[in-house]
Design a protein. Structure first.
Length: 621
């Protein structure tokens, strides 16, 4: 009997070795991020990974264990288990592909492959391929071959083709079978303790990348998929709900509902440009590089700009919702996955429509992507222009029509649109794989050069658009707003997903409708793209009471704060002091002023209250 159980000892050893190799490759690929970390702490990742590695192996072993138990109660002395090699082979191929997807997603998102990434790939395969086009192809293929080769080699030498049974009394077989099945179940669960396995079991270090290295990729993906459909339970309970709601209410409380007004008119045309990946690092006036966005920099000198604005998340769907509805991100969740809930949150377009504006939305890509179309059509945009309305000859990039074509289409349509009009333009050229219809200004040898070149192109398209718009009769009565959808790790490549610099973005109001004495002014109140809604509506003298997650940046009494989140983490900024927190490891990842413990605790409490209340609000929609 015990000789036959050696088969499972070898089976578990096989998968533990495979996961260890996968982990080693992960750490090797991101060795630059690990170079200043002590070697002993790096090795500790393998120890802290064991619990979830064993759990994942037990899940995999469930089928062989059940088959083994069935044959154990027969009178056969030998059982052919060659099929387990085939079973393993299928999983080796699957897990190897998951691993290389994980490496590339982690490079871009700063988080491991999860249900959202898989859903993204299934629902919008073309856009997924476009996003992955900037991934290092040769490295990806090389890693895939290594994982397959190692996996199949270990499978060949460790997995036996048959199991031999010895004669055992039935009562003994029953006891042994219960023990084997129970032991496998305990490994899946993580022991007999009250708390079953969770991602936090792998977290042990102050270095987030080591926690992610320790976290079993396949276990994390499976857990994410199983949890993705659950929206009835708030995963971010830190305080009593009434206390959390009160904390958030105090953040938005103002002594007086007033505003600094910089517009000449209450009813201008409004055109919002939501710029793909336009991190502050691209804009010189925000401390970014010189010469990448000369047009935006010139607009700050002639418009009203906000220097301390942060994106609410790290993906376009979050930035789109944040900018146009003032609704916050939900950590691991995204409201775009639930259109029935998304329709219940208010949008700027609805307010404009209700006040007699002609509304339109322009995007050169596929509007069905990430439920954009459901949002657009559900929030009173009268007209939607996406890739399906352009000629096939204009579909020259993997994402769709280049920004120049899209901007020109909106410009042409505006000339035939009754005033006042409200138009939203979502750009896309500054997105992986950073393709251009023109020469690359900064070269195309690597992603940094390509990223800066596509940003320069979009910036130049803005310049061409405004130059042509100035010739139109509606120009003098139009307010142009420029805001990024989210930040980016490029071009500096030194902002982790949990650092506030990753979320720092531009927001600029521009146009002849701005009073001359305000042109060139920069406001430094800390805020978010969520605050665009309340700020704009206050300028238009429209009520914004339903935009409860948005504050008027030009109300002198509003508080200086911003919130952002990513997969299972959040950040909160209060008067320049930033604290970011990992919801899985339950630890502070970044603190810009650790010496001030009192303020740190207050900010952390605000952030916990914010994400808890936002998610509860989402559940209750």
């Amino acid at each position: 009997m015990f000789k036959s159980l050696i088969f499972f000892a070898r089976y578990f050893l096989f998968w533990l070795l495979y996961f260890a190799v996968d982990r080693f490759i992960f750490m090797f690929i991101f060795h630059v991020k690990l170079r200043d970390i002590p070697l002993s702490e790096k090795f500790a990742a393998y120890y802290h990974a064991l619990r979830l590695d064993l759990s994942m192996t037990a899940y995999i072993a469930a089928i062989p264990v059940l088959v083994y138990t069935f044959w154990y109660f027969t009178n056969r002395e030998k059982i052919a288990f060659n099929w387990v090699r085939i079973y393993n082979g299928v999983l080796i191929v699957l897990f190897s592909f998951i691993s290389i997807i994980n490496f590339n997603i982690y490079r871009e998102w700063g988080s491991k492959v999860n249900a959202r990434a898989i859903e993204f790939a299934i629902r919008t395969p073309n856009e997924s391929l476009a996003s992955s086009a900037s991934s290092p192809i040769f490295l990806t293929l090389f890693v895939l071959l290594i994982l397959l080769a190692v996996g199949f080699y270990l499978n060949f030498i460790l997995i036996k083709r048959q199991i031999q049974f010895t004669k055992t009394p039935v009562w003994a077989k029953l006891i042994i079978a219960i023990l084997v099945l129970g032991f496998n179940f305990l490994l899946i669960r993580g022991g007999t303790a009250t708390a079953p396995n969770s991602q936090s079991m792998a977290f042990y270090s102050n270095y987030q990348i080591l926690n992610h290295a320790s976290l079993n990729t396949e276990w994390n993906l499976m857990s994410s998929i199983l949890a993705s459909g659950k929206v009835k339970k708030n995963p971010y309970i830190y305080l009593d709900q009434k206390q959390a709601d009160l904390e958030v209410s105090n953040l938005y409380h103002v002594e007086k509902d007033t505003t600094i007004s910089f517009l000449r008119t209450d009813k201008p045309n409004v055109v919002i440009f939501i710029l793909e990946s336009f991190t502050a690092d691209l804009v010189k006036s925000l401390g970014g590089e010189d010469g990448v966005t000369p047009i935006l920099d010139s607009l700050t000198k002639n418009g009203v700009s906000f220097s301390q604005i942060y994106s609410t998340g790290n993906r376009t769907d979050k930035g789109l919702i944040g900018s146009l509805t003032g609704f916050p991100t939900l950590g691991v969740g995204s409201i775009v996955k639930w259109p029935e809930k998304m329709q219940k949150i208010p949008a700027i377009s609805q307010k404009m429509h209700q006040n007699g504006y002609q509304t339109s939305f322009y995007y050169g890509g596929e509007s069905e992507f990430d439920n954009y179309k459901a949002f657009i059509l559900g929030h009173q945009y009268n007209k939607l222009t996406d890739r399906n309305t352009f000629d096939k000859k204009d579909m020259n990039s993997k994402w769709g029509a280049y920004d120049g074509l899209v901007f020109n289409r909106q410009l042409t349509d505006a000339n035939a649109t009754k005033q006042p009009f409200f138009s939203t333009i979502l750009s896309l050229t500054n997105h992986e794989p950073f393709e251009l219809p023109v020469n690359y200004k900064f070269g195309s040898a690597d992603n940094v050069q390509r990223f800066k070149s596509t940003a320069f192109y979009t910036d130049s398209c803005i310049g061409s658009y405004l130059s042509e718009a100035k010739k139109q009769p509606w120009y003098k009565n139009t307010l142009f707003i420029f805001v990024a959808d989210h930040g980016h790790t490029l071009p500096k490549m030194d902002h982790e997903i949990y650092e506030p610099q990753r979320y720092h973005i531009p927001m600029i109001f521009y146009g002849e409708v701005i009073k001359e004495n305000f042109r060139g002014q920069a406001f430094d109140k800390t805020g978010s793209q969520q605050d665009l809604a309340a700020t704009l509506l206050a300028q238009l003298k429209m009520k914004s009471t339903e935009f409860i997650w948005s504050k008027n940046l030009l109300n002198p009494y509003s508080k200086h704060f911003a919130y952002f989140s990513w997969d299972n983490g959040f950040g909160f900024i209060d008067n320049g002091h930033t604290v970011t927190f990992d919801n899985v490891g339950k630890s502070v990842l970044y603190n810009s002023n650790p010496e001030n413990a009192k303020q740190t605790n207050a900010i952390l409490n605000s952030g916990k209250s914010y994400i808890q209340s936002a998610y509860q609000y989402f559940i209750n929609l």
